[in-house]
Design a binder for this molecule. Structure first.
Ligand SMILES: O=C(O)C(=O)[C@@H](O)CO
Ligand SMILES: [Mg+2]
Length: 250
């Protein structure tokens, strides 16, 4: 049976992060994940995870200054990028999170590419010491115009160039349907480099029960590939989170 991870960056946002973890457990999720948990003491999150038996699968490096969306492909901002990576890994270590998503930011061109690769090599070295994996995630050009990483093809090239065993692709079906489409074949092709999968309806980014992607088919296809890690429910509920969980019950 497909397992699901509640993305607490979008689900139960009215609750504190520890209470959102508890709500996810009560709703039947198999795991949780979040965006930027840094304002919540890591010990409080760790306690909620221990109490519920859930794992926080991933968290993100900080976005930077207002209007920014990550620091790690920004030439000249290397010191801040490293600090963001160190902060995310340290938090992940306290709460037992296996994956850190290193956010690129708004940038373009060869210098940005070289900066991202160098910062990712640093991230992979630091993460390896803790037995953790670094994720990179293409974002779509409507929600994040100018974001450095826009396609899974670009991510695969970067993963190859970084050349570390612990860097993987965060395959967000929502973003990649918009940017590349052909989700069934693309999931098959990218499987060897996939570290986590997320989903939401397209184009609204709501519950996965409407819009242009048939998630019954996508979930069955992912299972047929032998991928059985929890899939990240990263959508914005149309109403309350609890009212919108009908898709989980089938
Ligand atoms: O927006 C997404 O999709 C994410 O997964 C975030 O973690 C990064 O913006
Ligand atoms: Mg995502």
């Amino acid at each position: 049976m497909t397992k699901f991870s509640a993305n607490l960056g979008f689900l139960w946002t009215e609750l504190s992060l520890p209470d959102a973890v508890r709500a996810a457990k009560a709703a039947g999720f198999d795991a949780v994940e979040c965006h930027w948990p840094f304002e919540t003491p890591a010990e409080d999150v760790a306690a909620a995870l221990k109490e519920t038996g859930l794992t926080m699968l991933g968290l993100n490096t900080v976005r930077g200054n207002p209007g920014e969306n990550g620091l790690c492909a920004l030439p000249g901002r290397e010191a801040e990028a490293k600090a963001a990576i160190d902060q995310a890994l340290a938090y992940a270590e306290v709460i037992g999170t296996p994956n850190v998503h290193v956010m690129a930011g708004f940038a373009k061109g060869p210098e940005a590419h070289a900066t991202f690769v160098a910062n990712l090599r640093y991230a992979c070295e630091q993460a390896a010491k803790l037995g953790k994996t670094i994720l990179i995630e293409p974002l779509n050009h409507h929600d994040a115009p100018g974001y450095f990483l826009g396609t899974s093809a670009q991510a695969v090239e970067i993963i190859k160039e970084v050349g570390a065993p612990n860097i993987k692709l965060m395959f967000d079906c929502y973003h990649l349907q918009i940017m590349e489409g052909d989700l069934t074949r693309r999931l098959t092709d990218r499987l060897p480099v996939i570290g986590h999968i997320q989903f939401a309806s397209v184009p609204e980014r709501t519950e996965p029960d409407c819009g242009e992607v048939n998630y019954d088919h996508i979930f069955a296809h992912i299972a047929s590939l032998g991928y059985d890690a929890p899939l990240g429910a990263e959508y914005k509920p149309r109403g309350t989170t609890d009212e919108g969980l009908g898709w989980m019950k089938g």
